[in-house]
Design a protein. Structure first.
Length: 558
């Protein structure tokens, strides 16, 4: 039976079991846990956010035998698949464009159920749409945030909608919506809305995971006239648009915060340091109370927000550390218990907007801001030294792997007003044009580094940057996908390429690994999308001719 040909009601879930198909895999439906090596239960797989799978069946020796096991196509491919799929007890949970959610048999790719929400027409007008970076699964429910501003919970076994609550009004707040999954923090869910380039006031929302009740909201724009002069706070951006990280050891949820708006200040547009934008906030998940914060880029003048940086937890010499990077090219190391800054180090090789960051205090050295009426050159570019794609840390090698971009831009500031910004536009305050760095032609590289010191073990020049998330495994493999459509496997110790496969479309999402009945799989989400690619195409115009797509492609060796 071809399920695609069946008439489907919007918002309805369809179960294969009800149609007499193969038995549905029985999935774990309890508290969120990361101790089963066969699963990929959360966005970065584990509470330490390492994106590391301990599975070892696929090795350096048999990688040449890696072949396609199954393919799933969601039907809607606008903006590709930007997700990191989740896998729990033999079931893959996937989300595609327009918030289409699927549960799939992880061994065969066969659909168990799907859920298509009925979305408000505003999704055809706003800027950040219609893609999603993933779902969250816990408590027997699948949780998502929608591109029209809602939080929704589905029954994990059937896909039936259990509750929904509207958290934002995209027509009233210049397009605020959700393009990333919520973070599960015990019995709470936390949601961060879209980017810092919007003419509104950013928030993080705390929702009861059982009922959907909104419990608290935290304002990412501090209510302080010294930090936000005049009325700039009401349209100051600051959205926490990537997933947060939950630390169960301290019962803390962490978010990177977006840049202030307008991105480029023509002089007096947003007086002050603009807390809590372009940094890190650590919150109590039950109350939303601020535990600690660190602003990495005060009064951010270049769109170098902290929302794009993951939170990697690394324990060394008896001390737990948090590693976080922002778009400005620097990595920050914090004490996981107190938030005290431990170190900073440069990720990119071309950084011109500052002369450095004090590793003890985090103070920016010789900040060079763009000037109104001039063409101002800065590295890295507004896409960042790294975009929102996430690195991977292998506890076996002790190395943190990251895709890095060496590219710059020229900014021209233009005065604007928040009330004149359309739903389909951003509150930039100027324009940016991509440019090559001082070192030569723009390019990307894949690095293997010590996450606490930045010491580099090896580097691979990739030419056009790779902008997908990374995956390491217990057998010493590193998996990455590029924009041209190739999936790659490298030796995690040396950087030697061991395998490649043409996915048919480029990668922006994140590959994962899991096992069913002792057989290990690697799944790549393919399909190009996200707002950043339009800017990337200024330096690599061939990107505009690359094929669109949107499919999950699973691989195995036997």
């Amino acid at each position: 039976m071809n399920l695609r040909l069946l008439p489907m009601l919007s918002g309805a879930a369809l179960s294969l079991a009800a149609l007499g198909s193969s038995p549905i895999a029985v999935a774990q439906t309890g508290e969120l846990r990361d101790d089963n090596p066969n699963n990929w239960p959360m966005y970065n797989r584990s509470f330490d956010s390492s994106r590391h799978s301990p599975l070892k069946e696929i090795t350096k020796e048999n990688i040449k035998s890696l072949h396609v096991a199954w393919i799933h196509q969601p039907g809607s491919i606008t903006q590709g698949l930007l997700e990191t799929p989740l896998v729990i007890d033999g079931v893959v949970y996937s989300i595609a464009s327009h918030d289409r959610v699927f549960a799939l048999n992880a061994a065969t790719g066969e659909e168990i159920w799907h859920y298509y929400p009925k979305l408000d027409d505003v999704v055809n007008e706003i800027f950040f749409t219609p893609y999603s970076r993933g779902v969250a699964v816990a408590h027997g429910r699948v949780y998502l945030g929608t591109v029209d501003g809602r939080a929704i919970a589905l029954d994990q076994r059937t896909g039936k909608e259990l509750w929904q609550v509207r958290l934002t009004e995209p027509r009233k707040c210049a397009g605020c919506n959700f393009t990333s999954p919520p973070t599960v923090a015990g019995t709470m869910l936390t949601y961060g809305p879209t980017g810092g380039d919007l003419a509104d006031q950013g928030k993080i929302y705390g929702v009861d995971a059982a009922t959907g009740k909104l419990v608290w909201s935290f304002e990412t724009l501090k209510d302080d006239p010294k930090s936000w002069g005049g009325d700039s706070r009401r349209s100051g951006g600051g959205g926490a648009w990537m997933p947060g990280a939950y630390d169960p050891k301290t019962d803390t949820v962490l978010y990177g915060t977006g840049n202030p708006a307008p991105d480029y200040d023509w002089g007096g547009a947003r007086p002050g340091d603009n807390l809590y934008t372009s940094g890190v906030v650590a919150l109590d998940p039950k109350s939303g109370k601020l535990k600690w914060h660190f602003q990495e880029v005060p009064h951010d003048p270049w769109d170098f927000d902290g929302a794009a940086g993951e939170f990697l937890f690394v324990q060394r010499d008896g001390k737990r550390n948090i590693v976080h990077s922002n778009k400005g090219g620097y990595v920050y190391v914090y004490d996981a218990e107190t938030g005290a800054l431990q170190n900073t180090w440069p990720l990119a090789e071309n950084i011109t907007w500052i002369d450095g960051v004090d590793p003890k205090t985090g103070a920016l050295k010789n900040l060079k801001s763009p000037k109104f009426g001039e063409k101002s050159y800065a590295c890295p570019w507004l896409v960042g030294a790294k975009s929102w794609n996430t690195g991977s840390y292998s506890p076996d090698t002790g190395l943190w792997y990251q895709n890095v971009m060496e590219a710059c831009n020229v900014v021209e500031i233009e005065k604007g007003a928040p009330e004149s910004v359309a739903l389909s536009a951003l509150y930039y305050g100027g324009t940016a044009s991509a440019a090559d760095p001082p070192s030569g032609k723009a390019h990307g590289h894949l690095d293997a580094r010590d996450p606490l010191t930045g010491e580099r073990k090896w580097q691979v020049n990739t030419g056009m940057p790779m902008m997908g998330s990374l995956l390491t495994t217990g057998s010493g493999l590193l998996f990455a996908g590029d924009l041209k459509g190739w999936a790659h496997a490298y030796d995690a110790k040396t950087g030697e390429e061991l395998w490649k496969f043409n996915l048919g479309s480029g990668t922006r999402g994140g590959p994962v690994s899991y096992a069913v009945d002792g057989k290990q799989y690697i799944v790549f989400p393919s399909g190009l999308g996200s707002a950043a690619l339009g800017f990337v195409a200024q330096l690599w115009p061939e990107l505009t001719d690359f094929p669109a797509g949107g499919a999950l492609i699973a691989f195995t060796v036997n």
